[in-house]
Write a protein that binds this ligand. Structure first.
Ligand SMILES: [Zn+2]
Length: 273
């Protein structure tokens, strides 16, 4: 079975082995756009060499290490990223994260001293990426730099690390911001009905499947927030139902971290009041 999964006449999904991380490849007017290209050097090389059409555009959904690995290997492409992601990339923080995480997973890397961003987006905003138009909204919650991008000509919605069917929500920023981003995503999906919702990890989904995941994740996050609001007693943490996903012990670890995050935020509000 080949790695490349065709989605539409112009879009291909290239999952990485690690986390099924999405590289989305688009072809239009003799050019290619890659979303979050990665992860290993051979995976990047396989996508780049899949066509003689040059990769002229790169779009970054957020600057976590597994989403920015190929930027240095594509010096001729214009990279588009949100302002907060551009800051993580330009400051060297993204590179440091790559060094730390690739060492842990025994994954080599190439050209990470040359990560670059050319087009900085302040959402909400529309951006031109060569022959593509992107309608950008901010999507904080997973991280504080998430960018949600509609590609109307492609009938695709690119959401980064939300709505994955493979794992429960991972909150590194804020549980309430994550909840708000999911609510905004539901509105966008219902209005635009994209052919695919392209998620950062796992196969792109139909609008119906993405909305089903959104419902489960919203119920979960509301329960986490209610638990925090009620004072975070250890007895009622068991009443927080965790969505059934595939990530096993990683999901349980993530759930504990999500609860801790919500309780920390509730305690901070309590201390102010
Ligand atoms: Zn990710």
């Amino acid at each position: 079975m080949p790695r490349a999964i065709p989605l539409t006449g112009t879009a291909t999904w290239w999952p990485s082995t690690l986390y099924q991380t999405t590289t989305l490849e688009l072809r239009r007017a003799g050019e290619r756009l890659l979303v979050d290209p990665g992860i290993s050097p051979w995976e990047i090389e396989e996508v780049v060499s899949a066509s003689t059409m040059p990769v002229t555009q790169v779009l970054v959904t957020h600057a976590d290490w597994d989403h920015v690995m190929a930027l240095g290997a594509l010096p001729g492409a214009q990279v588009t990223a949100g302002r907060a992601s551009a800051e993580r990339i330009r400051s060297g923080a993204a590179r440091q994260e790559i060094e730390r995480e690739t060492a842990e997973f025994l994954i080599p890397h190439r050209s990470i001293e040359r990560l670059h961003v050319e087009q900085v987006v302040d959402p909400p905003a529309e951006v031109r990426m060569g022959p593509w138009l992107g309608v950008c909204r901010s999507g904080p919650g997973h991280t504080d730099d998430g960018l949600i991008v509609s590609l109307p000509d492609e009938h695709l919605l690119v959401v980064g690390d939300y709505l994955s069917a493979l794992e429960i929500p991972g909150v590194y920023d804020s549980v309430s911001a994550y909840r708000d981003t999911l609510e905004a995503l539901v509105g966008v999906i219902e209005r635009e009905r994209p052919q695919y919702v392209v998620v950062g990890h796992g196969k792109p989904q139909t609008s119906e499947d993405a909305l089903r995941i959104a419902d489960e994740d919203l119920a979960y996050l509301e329960a986490v927030l209610a638990h925090a609001k009620a004072g975070c007693s250890p007895e009622d943490v068991d009443r927080v139902a965790v969505p059934e996903r595939g990530a096993g012990s990683a999901d349980r670890t993530m759930h504990a971290a999500n609860v801790a995050k919500a309780c920390e935020a509730a305690a901070a509000v309590g201390a102010q009041g």
